[in-house]
Design a protein around this ligand. Structure first.
Ligand SMILES: C[S@@+](CC[C@H](N)C(=O)[O-])C[C@H]1O[C@@H](n2cnc3c(N)ncnc32)[C@H](O)[C@@H]1O
Length: 302
């Protein structure tokens, strides 16, 4: 699995989901199926959702190998794993998808937000600084607007807003100016071109590449990630049975703010994590991508 994506905060996810044999769980961001596999091996039945058809294909291949007993979709454990099924779609439509698949009510729902290592490392998908492919960044290829469309189509004020609000870039105006000047000569088409422009404009301070937050912000805008999360969380609570668990892992302050406010304001939930749970130093060492992860969890009140 580590080739596709190493699941983040795995032990903590299992602890907070409190997986029980024979109960149903939704993995709303199945990716390569790492978390899903662990839930299946504890006997939880899984509906895995992802908006990226490549992720669904990878999860199917992986789970077919790791959890073959699940081919008998009977709910009977019949071996090592419980049964599983996969559905391609956006979790903003979680309620309808879960009902259509017979996953209502469920004992737990997991959101492991953002992109998978596979998406980041597949240069053709245009998520990476090193990519010479078109700046795409759509997780769902049927979306109509790409990152290149935004970079070359937004006006200076809109670019400034994107970089200041979503990337919290102090020098957002400087970067927006530089981009508008650069694209007067020729459009910014690739990840590498955008990353080079970010280094030239913002300089290189500290360990983090100056384009890291810029790329994350662009990706969040292309995929409308914050709005999708806002739409999904209330649907998730409705799907939970009493004492069912909701677990959200975020990698961006905007996502974490949405999760935090939702958990705080939702009267049907008891918050289980006063402070977000962070990966240990050990996990960060083994999997540096886990470094910004924050996990929040809640339990549906009876
Ligand atoms: C961090 S990865 C999940 C990795 C997974 N937990 C594992 O162990 O392999 C996040 C996944 O969520 C998917 N995703 C992001 N936003 C989504 C949305 N709104 N609806 C459905 N899937 C989404 C991405 O395509 C990606 O595959």
């Amino acid at each position: 699995m580590s080739e596709f994506h190493t699941p983040v905060l795995l032990k903590e996810v299992l602890e907070y989901l409190k997986v029980k044999k024979g109960e149903k769980y939704i993995d709303a961001t199945v990716g390569g199926g790492g978390h899903a596999e662990a839930i299946l091996k504890l006997g939880g039945e899984i509906l895995g959702i992802d908006c990226d058809p490549e992720a669904i294909k990878a999860a199917r291949e992986h789970l077919s190998q790791a959890c073959p007993s699940a081919r008998v979709s009977s709910g009977d454990l019949g071996g090592q794993c419980a049964s599983w099924r996969l559905a391609q779609g956006n979790f903003s439509q979680l309620g309808g998808m879960a009902k259509r698949q017979g996953f209502d009510p469920v004992a737990g729902i997991l959101f492991d937000l953002g992109v998978s290592s596979h998406q980041l490392e597949n240069l053709e998908r245009g998520f990476s600084f090193q990519s010479d492919a078109p700046l795409d960044m759509r997780m769902d290829p049927s979306l109509s607007v790409t990152a290149a469309d935004l970079i070359n189509g937004l006006n200076k004020g809109e670019l400034n807003e994107l970089f200041s609000q979503l990337a919290q870039e102090k020098h957002s105006r400087r970067l927006a100016d530089a981009l508008v000047s650069a694209r007067r000569v020729k459009p910014v088409r690739t990840g590498r071109e955008l990353a080079d422009l970010a280094i030239k404009t913002l300089g290189r301070k500290g360990k983090l590449h100056p384009a890291t937050r810029i790329f994350q912000a662009l990706r969040i805008a292309v995929n409308d990630e914050l709005n999708n999360l806002k739409k999904a969380l209330p649907q998730a609570v409705e799907l939970l049975k009493p004492e069912g668990r909701l677990v959200v892992i975020s990698f961006h302050s905007g996502e974490d703010r949405i999760a935090k406010q939702f958990f705080k304001g939702e009267e049907k939930l008891r918050v289980l994590t006063k402070k977000p749970v962070r990966p240990t130093e050990e996990e960060i060492k083994v999997n540096p991508r886990s470094r910004s992860a924050k996990l929040r969890a809640g339990e549906k009140i009876k």
